[in-house]
Design a binder for this molecule. Structure first.
Ligand code: GAP
Length: 484
């Protein structure tokens, strides 16, 4: 059950609510926006700045040929089943999965991903699964393409991008020629992706418009030489992560070297990405309740030669928040064929090749949702608040005057401005009792509340209250401003 705090504090909410909402579309309020921006900042630290990657901001709409080349037109579809009476559409595999879960058939639920459409259809009939709305019989299982179709101008068939990745593949050679760089090198992008999900559910988990943070790491498959700031990547071998290999029912702790030796992951660059994902995750505040899962062959996307999903536990069970895929040279080869452009590069010794790609792809909305749920704690008196760390919290500080006294207000506003001018994320509040103000800002995860009281007017000190311990300490304003 999703906590009502998220909606009550307008962190996110249904889009177009006054018209009854529209499923799969959500909006973020001011607190949600700030938290999301902070997650993006940490992502950029690891995946753009640390790796010295190139970041782009591409077009959300692309002409048909782009998705013919990427095979999204032909293959980016989900199984759909429609009620023969009321015409309600269902995503067939999810309907079956939920049916098995409700009936405590975990093994059957877990194996759905491996079934083909005919098998799904047979199981729906055998188990007499009916329309949830009118109890009508369900029809045949068919395929439904998830892309939103539109036109560029009068009749230029186009689609909203279902992943941000395609801009990067299309731009790769342009960037390589104009900037000039050696491999391995990554190109990243944060942006909207659009999928016309058949029956969006579970809040931010299955949306029709959502944000991805994607990185395409281009490399020479015949060389494992690092050009990153870590010239020797072997330091990651002993790094351990919780990992569920194919055939295992529970995750175990594996070192990245073990996963390479077992061939659960294809190469050192893939291992390097898992290392960075794990570090990123811990940095935003998720240090347990997650696992990496080796994706089975039958589940792989059409472009992938091996995928590992990052799954985080939520009230909806473990949800996939990121997938790292070995896309090989699939996309560049196809774009080369369709555009007739030579997208190969040279190794400097006369060998020409199409670069291979490892892609860590995060869904920002799912990550935010998982982070919010995993950060929610009870203060021991039945009051819930978000235990967000300083990097992710919407504000690091909030400044309060103890009472509505002009002298306290003036001093509080001065401190607020001084912190603001130091580029610190700071809020200000003077409404309600001090206890209520603490509770209000605890709730949205602000780690420290600074109070200006009458002693401040005498000795220029303030109290700083720690959200998690509720303990207060007194510090001088000078010290606070010099080391905020
Ligand atoms: N470029 C690869 C790619 O798009 P994906 O597994 O389809 O791979 C990557 O998507 C991530 O995007 C997922 O791990 C998930 O976090 C997020 N995502 C996918 N579909 C989503 C949806 N309908 N709503 C919210 N997030 C979604």
């Amino acid at each position: 059950m999703v906590d009502d705090l998220f909606k009550r504090r307008a962190i996110y909410f249904n889009a177009f609510d006054i018209y009854g909402g529209s499923s799969g579309l959500y909006e973020y309020g001011p607190i949600g926006v700030r938290i999301r921006e902070n997650i993006k900042k940490v992502w950029r630290h690891y995946f753009i700045d640390y790796l010295d990657s190139l970041e782009i901001d591409g077009s959300d709409i692309a002409p048909r040929i782009v998705f013919e080349a990427s095979e999204h037109i032909e293959l980016f579809n989900d199984p759909i089943v429609i009620c023969s009476s009321c015409k309600t559409p269902y995503r067939a595999d999810k309907l079956l999965e939920e049916y098995f879960e409700r009936n405590n058939k975990k093994l059957e639920a877990d194996s759905i991903k491996k079934l083909n459409d005919k098998e799904i259809e047979r199981l729906i009939i055998e188990n007499d699964i009916r329309c949830e709305r009118c109890n009508g019989k369900l029809g045949n299982v068919e395929r439904f393409n998830l892309m939103f179709k539109t036109n560029l101008g009068y009749n230029g068939e186009a689609y909203l991008r279902p992943e941000t990745a395609q801009n990067i593949f299309v731009d790769f050679i342009y960037l390589k020629k104009s900037i000039g760089f050696d491999l391995p090198r990554a190109i990243g992008q944060i942006g909207r992706a659009y999928r016309n999900e058949i029956s969006p559910r579970q809040e931010l988990v299955r949306m029709r418009s959502f944000t991805q943070m994607e990185l395409e790491l281009f490399f020479d498959p015949e060389s494992d030489q690092s050009k990153f700031r870590d010239k020797d990547l072997s330091f990651i071998y002993s790094y351990q992560i919780p990992f569920k290999r194919v055939g295992e029912t529970e995750p175990k702790i594996y070192s990245l070297k073990e996963l390479l030796d077992y061939k659960s992951i294809p190469n050192i660059y893939f291992a390097f990405m898992l290392y960075l994902i794990d570090r990123f995750l811990k940095d935003i505040g998720i240090s347990n309740n997650y696992r990496f899962r080796e994706v089975e062959k039958e589940e792989l996307a059409h472009y992938s030669g091996g995928t590992v999903d990052l799954e985080i536990k939520t009230s909806y069970g473990y949800i996939e928040c990121e997938g790292t895929a070995y896309r090989r040279d699939f996309d560049l080869k196809r774009h080369s064929e369709f555009s007739k452009e030579d997208l190969s590069v040279s190794d400097g010794k006369g060998r020409k090749f199409i670069p291979h790609v490892i892609e860590p792809s995060f869904g920002l909305d799912r990550l935010l949702f998982a982070l919010l749920e995993n950060s929610l704690v009870d203060d021991g008196r039945g009051w819930k608040y978000l235990k967000l760390n300083d990097k992710i919290a919407p504000y690091k500080y909030v400044v309060f005057p103890l009472q509505k006294d002009d002298r306290l207000i003036e001093k509080a506003k001065q401190l607020y401005e001084a912190l603001f001018n130091k580029d610190i994320a700071v809020a200000y509040s003077q409404t309600g009792s001090i206890g209520k103000r603490y509770a209000k800002f605890d709730e949205i995860g602000v780690p420290y509340a600074i109070t200006i009281d009458y002693q401040t007017l005498e000795d220029n000190t303030v109290t700083i209250r720690d959200r998690d311990t509720t303990k207060q300490r007194r510090v001088s304003i000078e010290e606070l401003i010099s080391k905020p």
